[in-house]
Design a protein around this ligand. Structure first.
Ligand SMILES: [Zn+2]
Length: 434
């Protein structure tokens, strides 16, 4: 195999590597019980039927006739397997694959064994399952690891393909061996160091390698896990943000107050917002919000408003010059507002409001000088406190020219807003002729 096609093919060099490859050969193969569990849990099980009622269980291969069999959940009358019926005339189905992981130990090492599982199904035949070991990660109690794996063709990290002609050998440490498995075998063996640091079998959706390495080398992660701060622990495994002092003091306040951080990434973002507004990051009343999402969104909106104001200060001269002309053109429409349900629509009544609208919704009504256009009118639609969409109306034809939300995208309320504006167009028309 040439180097162009493969990652470096390593012979075991160090004493540790020689040791690990020797131990690897002593591991027993995957048991029948483990395989059975994996095949059952890692895949969906199917049956198929044609329009005419030719039915087949794609698990055991049994075929029968049933005109009343419906697509959806069912049970095979022959093998009793729960199957999902799909309606198709196809007889062969494309191969399904999944990764399965077994956590075990060997002479003081934590070993993660990854198996590539596959299944092919055909009408009239028993499903054919296969299983091949592709990666073993040998982790020391200090959190170092040695990968033993088959080769992957270069650049194939995203396509899940393996070079089946290669053996399980020591490979250089490379992120392509850090697999996030579809399923982990629930009966696990774990080294004492991990148990001591708080591991109780739950992976919280993290990659097992990253989780174990973090737990063996990062005592702040250990503290989070033992304090039951699972979402924050998970965030730490993925991001490592607790290693600097930006968040950790506030995390400790949360732990001391028995406050459970419900979303790690969102909470860190929220702490950054508190810092922006010079709030006390040691005060429980700030760092432990009752509703994190609400508190976060509130500060985020305030920050955006403040940034917009600052921008406005810089543009003030330009706005003041434009304001007078704007009033002359558009004041006859001031005061127009209407609503239906949660949606409120009003005319934008100053250049400053054009500026705010553009800043909040990230579109160009201000920068492109829409306030100077004499033949159109801008309205703003909001739901509660939230600006939703900006509507531009032609004062010649009384048609809606544009109706756009943040970043020029339509919102979930788009159609309702358009209908509401069209229903109330007469209000604008009336002022035009007045
Ligand atoms: Zn069956």
């Amino acid at each position: 195999m040439s180097n162009k096609q493969a990652f470096s093919d390593m012979k075991p060099r160090t004493k540790l590597q020689r040791q690990v490859i020797a131990m690897s050969q002593c591991l027993s193969p995957i048991t029948e019980k483990q395989k059975k569990w994996a095949f059952f849990h890692c895949f969906n099980h199917y049956g198929r039927r044609t329009k005419k009622g030719a039915a087949a269980c794609l698990e055991c291969g049994y075929t029968w006739n049933d005109k009343f069999l419906k697509p959806g959940a069912s049970v095979c009358p022959h093998c009793g397997c729960k199957i999902e019926i799909i309606e198709t005339r196809k007889r062969r189905f494309k191969r399904d694959e999944a990764y399965f992981c077994v956590l075990t130990t060997f002479r003081g090492y934590q070993v993660l064994r990854y198996f590539d599982l596959y299944v092919t199904r055909r009408v009239g035949r028993e499903a054919w399952y296969g299983c091949k070991e592709v990666v073993q990660l040998w982790i020391t109690p200090e959190g170092k690891y040695i990968p033993i794996a088959r080769l992957r063709p270069l650049f194939a990290c995203y396509t899940d393909s393996w070079n089946w002609n290669t053996d399980m050998e020591v490979r250089s440490v490379n992120s392509c061996y850090d697999i996030n498995p579809n399923f982990v075998y629930p009966w696990t063996r774990v080294i004492p160091a991990l148990k001591r640091n708080g591991f109780r079998g739950e992976l919280y959706g993290c990659s097992p390698l990253r989780l174990f390495q973090t737990l063996l080398t990062n005592n702040r992660a250990e503290t989070l896990l033992k304090a039951g701060q699972y979402p924050m622990f998970c965030h730490e495994v993925k991001s490592g943000v607790c290693s600097d002092s930006k968040y950790w003091p506030s995390v400790r306040i949360c732990i001391r107050n028995g406050y459970r951080i419900s979303d790690g990434a969102l909470w860190c973002d929220y702490i950054d917002l508190l810092r922006y507004f010079n709030k006390d990051l040691f005060a429980a009343k700030y760092v432990c919000p009752v509703d994190l999402k609400v508190a976060h969104d509130h500060l985020e909106r305030k920050k955006r408003e403040r940034l917009a104001k600052e921008e406005f200060e810089r543009m003030k001269g330009q706005v003041r010059r434009a304001e007078h002309e704007f009033r002359q053109q558009k004041s006859k429409f001031f005061g127009i507002r209407f609503s239906a349900g949660k949606i409120h629509v009003r005319v934008l009544e100053s250049v400053e409001e054009y500026f705010e609208e553009g800043a909040m919704l990230h579109h160009c009504v201000f920068t492109q000088g829409y306030y100077k256009k004499s033949d159109t009118l801008l309205l703003s639609a909001s739901v509660g406190q939230m600006r939703m969409e900006t509507i531009e109306i032609s004062l010649k034809t009384f048609q809606i020219l544009q109706c756009r939300g943040a970043y020029n995208l339509p919102t979930a309320y788009h159609d309702e807003i358009v209908r509401l504006v069209e229903r109330n167009m007469h209000l604008i028309r009336k002022r035009m002729t007045a």
